[in-house]
Write a protein that binds this ligand. Structure first.
Ligand SMILES: Cc1cc2nc3c(=O)[nH]c(=O)nc-3n(C[C@H](O)[C@H](O)[C@H](O)COP(=O)(O)O)c2cc1C
Ligand SMILES: [Fe+2]
Ligand SMILES: [Fe+2]
Length: 425
């Protein structure tokens, strides 16, 4: 297997000029990269201009410039496009602009502030483009498509229109370094493609669907992403896979219109468990809400994140142990970064012995994740009393009613308020 390829032709006059990073084992702290990665940059030659699309990480600039020099002189470069400004693609940009000062830089509107913050200069000339804009290189047209949040707010894709080659940025990419470069020649990279989607694109699945509506109708021959193999064999199949991955699954199972509430709990002596049962019972008394109850103990490996992604509300119960909620609860809450939760409702409850911090801490975390916490959580000292269990049922019912929109007008008496205050003190 060839380890250091030359600039590689994708179509006549269009070359891959990126860099290989085979030894990388972790990307951006959050991704494992068992097969390393590539930083893909492309050079597109027209009759009266040459474009460079994306650059590479600063550490790999020499490799990139060496390949670029194989196919273009710096004074020929008229156009530089950055599909998004993350440093793995903008790292070599300042040096490229120094070597090709006549070139014009094309970025999206949202990239403007980032450009200043990343390149740390005010002197770079750039032009802002959006869907519908194009650059004529002479016999070759670059068309721009705004695809925000795939995965940065400033993301766009660039199409070499006559050739049907989509430079898609991180979308449809993966961390998989293989010098054979093309998807029909490299090793099996499917796991890497899926992994990349799950960790990078999944939080933005609504934006993924919007982008697919924009991009899928294009007559594409090649998808050329910013990482991993160039997808020249069956490029549409990768778009179809993204559509499958981004499509919500749960409505098919429980029926559109049914709202979903998940109650999670963990409990050492069964106190919080009893409260969880009561929350679930209360919610279940409201028609049109499907209630599911899950014990977080010994649940490692269960697909709770998938369930939460599809759910409308979460209620989380934890005892207070050493002034905190317990680790399985935090593990669950820290696993939600890969999904969108900001449109969901949240609630907390739990048993405690003397200080009972867990409930507030869970509520704060839920709010921090931008869930709405419409009802104050229920705390019960040690074994929950009948009155406390009734409050748990009420919590469940009210949460369910927030989901159905069927909120009862409740008249709260002053004595009830005072009782709540003193139980929370
Ligand atoms: C090791 C340990 C530490 C505890 N720390 C606290 C604490 O810091 N504050 C508090 O309010 N209760 C504390 N408790 C009391 C529990 O919250 C209480 O027993 C509760 O009822 C347990 O509920 P469960 O049966 O749902 O686990 C602690 C209990 C244990 C066993
Ligand atoms: Fe990125
Ligand atoms: Fe990237």
């Amino acid at each position: 297997m060839k380890t250091m390829p030359d600039a590689t032709e994708i179509a006549p006059g269009i070359h891959w000029v990126g860099a290989l990073d085979p030894a990388l084992r972790e990307f951006d702290i959050i991704l494992r990269t068992a097969n390393g990665t590539t930083y893909n940059s492309y050079c597109v030659r027209g009759e009266h201009g040459v474009a460079v699309i994306d650059t590479v990480k600063a550490s790999h600039a020499d490799e990139f410039f060496a390949r670029l020099e194989q196919v273009a002189r710096y004074d020929e470069i008229t156009t530089i496009v950055l599909n998004h400004l993350e440093p793995d693609h903008s790292g070599a940009l300042p040096e490229l602009m120094r070597r090709a000062p006549q070139a014009k830089l094309y970025i999206s509107a949202k990239a403007q502030l980032m450009l200043k913050a990343l390149v740390q200069t005010d002197t770079l000339a750039f032009e802002v483009v959006q869907t519908g804009d194009a650059v004529d290189l002479g016999g070759r047209t670059l068309r721009f498509y705004s695809t925000p949040f795939l995965h940065w707010p400033d993301t766009q894709c660039t199409l070499a229109a006559e050739d049907g080659i989509l430079f898609s940025g991180d979308a449809f990419g993966c961390h998989f370094c293989d010098a054979r470069l093309f998807n029909d020649r490299v090793g099996d990279f499917r796991f890497s493609f899926e992994y990349y989607y799950q960790h990078i694109m999944r939080p933005f699945r609504e934006h993924v669907l919007e982008a697919l509506d924009l991009l899928a109708p294009l007559p594409l021959r090649v998808i050329a992403p910013a990482h991993g193999p160039v997808l020249r064999d069956a490029p549409q199949s990768y778009m179809q896979r993204y559509r499958q991955l981004a499509a919500p699954l749960l409505p098919n199972e429980i029926g559109a219109g049914t709202r979903s509430l998940l109650v999670f709990y963990i409990s050492s002596y069964g106190n919080t468990a009893r409260m969880a049962q009561a929350v679930a019972e209360g919610a279940e008394s409201e028609a049109g809400v499907r209630v599911s109850l899950y014990d977080l103990q010994s649940s490692a490996g269960l697909p709770f994140v998938d369930l939460i992604e599809e759910a409308d509300a979460l209620a989380i119960g934890s005892p207070t142990i050493n002034g905190d909620a317990v680790k399985p609860v935090w593990d669950l809450l820290s696993s939600l970064a890969v999904i969108k939760v900001c449109d969901k409702l949240g609630a907390a409850f739990g048993s405690y012995g003397w200080s009972g911090e867990a409930i507030n801490m869970i509520e704060d975390r839920l709010r921090g994740l931008k869930l709405r916490v419409p009802i104050k959580g229920v705390r019960a000292r040690l074994i929950p009393t009948e009155e406390e269990l009734a409050r748990c049922r009420d919590l469940g019912k009210q949460l369910a009613q927030h989901l159905t929109g069927n909120l009862e007008r409740r008249v709260i008496s002053m004595s009830e308020l005072l009782a709540q205050e003193s139980s929370h003190a």
